[in-house]
Write a protein that binds this ligand. Structure first.
Ligand code: NAD
Length: 286
């Protein structure tokens, strides 16, 4: 029991649409909010695609369960109406501090007093904007990974002001929608996953930049010597090179060398990873 029935997801882009659908798939009543009808039309298309993906990839989804999830999702472009019956609001609006602050200031006035707010922000800390929520004790981060139905970690990260009971409710909710909750004990930029992954990918990238090894050698070494299923260069291509480029371009001198290398040799040539058929590796058209 989580005490949560109605979930509102703000922003129906890449992650918001997945979070809304995953919650609906697991029986929650979901309002999916976005700024206008054009964005909601895109969301509808995205939910249709997720029905197909779940039907193919999620065990048990083929018996009408994936379709039935759609009936539990209501679309809205009215922020006040979208949050007025919410027990939990999950925010997945663009990664921009001003947009986040503005969103929380508004919903702080619209949502009932008991409503918990959770941000899915990847790079901002919840304490950066907890004051704009008007309810810092009912606010924390709940961070999902792309392809939520298979990459099902949910990193739960409170601030020094988050009520432990609220934290527990959100951990239980994460389990209830099929996630593996990762309970961070303190705030940490990058959570657990990106605190590990970013330096790992940087280290592999610098081996390429400095001409020490090629992608096959790097990945082969990592796979054989550690037993990991994938090497870092394979992971680059799955994520797509743009996100590592954006992160590295804001880093130290070595990271900026890596960013320049990725831009010149891959991004400027349209080689963005698996999604474009070529990145650090070439992928045959299927
Ligand atoms: P996105 O650009 O795909 O989607 C953002 C959505 O927010 C769009 O549908 C847009 O119309 C909508 N939007 C714009 N302004 C808004 C506003 N004022 N109020 C409500 N909605 C608004 O972004 P995304 O990749 O889904 O990222 C959203 C959040 O999720 C970010 O905080 C990001 O850090 C986080 N996140 C992303 C990923 C990822 O792999 N893409 C993974 C984990 C976390």
């Amino acid at each position: 029991m989580t005490g949560i029935t109605n979930v509102t997801v703000l922003g129906t882009g890449v992650l918001g649409s997945q979070i809304a659908y995953q919650a609906a798939y697991h029986g929650f009543s979901v309002v999916a909010y976005d700024i206008d009808d054009a964005a909601l039309d895109k969301a509808k298309v995205q939910f249709g695609k997720l029905v197909k993906v779940y039907t193919q990839q999620v065990e048990g989804a083929a018996d009408g369960k994936a379709e039935a999830a759609l009936e539990r999702i209501t679309l809205s472009s009215n922020l006040k109406e979208a949050v007025q019956a919410a027990d939990l609001v999950i925010e997945a609006v663009p990664e921009n501090l001003d947009i986040k602050r503005d969103t929380y200031t508004k919903i702080g006035g619209f949502a009932p007093a008991h409503t918990i707010f959770a941000t899915n922000s990847s790079t901002l800390l919840p304490s950066d904007f907890m004051d704009s929520t008007g309810r810092p004790e009912k606010f924390l981060a709940l961070h999902f990974a792309n392809q939520i139905w298979v990459r099902n970690t949910a990193e739960v990260m409170g601030t020094s002001k988050t009520d432990p009971a609220v934290y527990r409710t959100v951990v239980d909710f994460a389990s209830a929608i099929g996630m593996v909750p990762i309970e961070l004990k303190k705030e940490q930029p990058g959570y657990v996953l990106n605190s590990l992954l970013v330096p790992f990918l940087d280290a592999a990238g610098l081996l390429l930049v400095d001409g020490i090894a090629d992608p096959e050698m790097i990945d082969k070494t990592w796979r054989i010597a550690t037993g990991a299923p994938l090497g870092p260069c394979q992971i680059y291509d799955i994520i797509g090179l743009t996100t590592p480029y954006n992160i590295a371009s804001q880093g130290n001198e070595d990271q900026r060398r890596l960013a320049a290398f990725l831009k010149e040799n891959y991004i400027d040539k349209g080689k963005l990873g698996i999604s474009t058929g070529e990145g650090l590796y070439k992928y045959p058209k299927s």
